[in-house]
Design a binder for this molecule. Structure first.
Ligand code: GBH
Length: 458
């Protein structure tokens, strides 16, 4: 047995997002988001559910902060609902929206927990989708106005900020595949959306710094270590393009003022709406990099595809589809492969390629549907195994020199899992969606022990 130990200052966290937990969709002046509209459109959500109530965190936040304190968390990553703060996405500010987040933050600080808010976790005000959504570059300016409002109101108590959650996921699933709100499918719209978001990301970075000059700012980027499905040159080239596109598209504009060389042809500047000076405007000298990582991705070359010529070898695999081969991990209820070495490799690649930046793991976790037994215990051993092995991978990367300052389990509690509704449970805390009752799972008790001891034996 060996000790896996983390530094005293390490941020031990859990994460949630506004639409997935808050509920209270029409309380105290909140405007509508594209997720309200999408989830109320028949056929969009697997179980026909929506986030109207979700975990009712809006009303139960004090109880939830008490749970976090019981777990011993030192960081809580949550998101701020743009339409709760600006019901129309621009102009008028809803004071009770700001007030809610102020009360949440005060409760966290009183419990000794660092608040780590994300400005945007996918809930765009409907009023802005009606003006074209993210493909409309005007959204960059409106988003930075919103960032300025929020940082101005909360920056006295919040030092660490995340701008976007997974820009690649919400632009691709929202505007290319249509699986997420607003459910559109157009490659040019998707590309334009990515450029607006890159502009918005840097403008918001400056807006936060303007409101609080010593703020520490990053984005939480979806990442997955990319492996070629075979040793062929075509697959290896495809894997490298896929890495640059899916992992770096929102990182290199910020850090280096350029789009990574990912697409087969030249960067379609016209189609993307890139103007003179834009790439300079996209620069943001982030204080750290947030990494959301769940699995690894094997990529194959796709001859004839004009854009990327590459695709994951296994999209949407069923939970039971593992072949049991030695070079394959088991799969969670999402069908995602459990492969802890992906996190180590990803951290080390970012460490090497970008000069040893500060990083935090802003999401990592797994869906398994374990529920309470007759005595109310939730014995989710697979989730313990998952977090233990991924944390060990983080520790190996740190031993190899990477500067990782925190880890956030996705999620604090079971919640509304987007297009899957309430059918997938990621929480360290079990939620009975009928009664709202919360119960700490075995994994939550295990995590509390890890935090208390600063690590674990393995
Ligand atoms: C996150 O997205 C979200 O930030 C969060 O809101 C959400 O609840 C949580 O994760 C769980 O879904 O190549 O098919 O094996 C995660 C987005 C994108 C995760 C792609 C894994 C590759 C899966 N992800 N991905 S696959």
């Amino acid at each position: 047995m060996a000790r896996v130990a983390f530094p005293e200052s390490f941020h031990w966290g859990a994460a949630t997002a506004a639409y997935q937990v808050e509920g209270a969709w029409n309380r105290h002046g909140r405007g509508l988001s594209i997720w309200d509209r999408f989830s109320h459109t028949p056929g969009r959500i697997e179980d026909g559910s929506n986030g109207d109530v979700a975990c009712d965190h809006y009303h139960r936040f004090a109880e939830d902060v008490a749970l976090m304190a019981e777990l011993g968390l030192t960081s809580y990553r949550f998101s701020i609902s743009w339409p709760r703060v600006q019901p129309e996405g621009r102009g008028a500010v809803n004071a009770s929206g700001i007030d809610f987040y102020g009360r949440l933050i005060d409760a966290l600080l009183a419990a000794g927990i660092r608040p780590l808010p994300t400005l945007y976790h996918w809930d765009l005000p409907v009023a802005l989708e009606e003006r074209g959504g993210w493909p409309n570059r005007d959204l960059a300016g409106w988003f930075s106005d919103y960032a300025h409002v929020v940082a101005g109101a909360l920056g006295d108590r919040v030092s660490d900020w995340l701008v976007f959650n997974e820009p690649f996921v919400f632009t691709a699933l929202g505007y290319l595949t249509g699986m997420h709100a607003p459910g559109r499918s157009s490659f040019p719209d998707f590309l334009r959306a990515t450029h607006t978001v890159n502009l918005a990301q840097a403008e918001a970075f400056r807006a936060i710094r303007d409101a609080r000059s010593d703020a520490r700012v990053a984005s939480a980027l979806s990442m997955s270590h990319i492996e070629a499905a075979s040793e062929s040159v075509a697959d290896r080239d495809a894997a490298e393009r896929y890495h640059r596109f899916s992992n770096l598209w929102f990182l290199e504009p910020a850090l280096l003022g350029r789009y990574p060389d990912a697409l087969l042809g030249d960067l379609p500047r016209g189609e993307m709406g890139i103007r003179e000076g834009d790439l300079e405007r996209c620069r943001a000298d982030f204080d750290f990099i947030g990494i959301n990582l769940y699995t690894r991705t094997r990529v194959v070359a796709v001859p004839g595809d004009p854009h990327l010529g590459a695709l994951p070898a296994s999209v949407g695999d069923a939970p039971d589809s593992s072949t049991g081969a030695a070079d394959e991990g088991p799969r969670t209820d999402m069908g995602w492969e459990v492969w802890p070495a992906s996190l180590e490799a990803m951290i080390l690649r970012i460490h090497r390629d970008y000069g040893g930046p500060v990083m935090e793991i802003t999401e990592n976790g797994c869906a398994y549907d374990d529920g309470p037994d007759a005595r109310g215990r939730i014995a989710d051993q697979r989730r313990i195994d998952y977090h233990r092995e991924y944390l060990a991978a983080v520790s190996r990367a740190m031993e190899a020199g990477a500067d990782v300052r925190g880890y956030h389990a996705w999620s604090l509690m079971d919640n509304f899992e987007w297009a899957h509704g309430f059918t997938k449970r990621f929480g360290l805390v079990h939620v009975d969606f009928e009664s709202g009752r919360r119960r700490i799972k075995d994994s939550g008790h295990w995590y509390a022990g890890v935090i208390r001891d600063g690590g674990f034996d393995r």
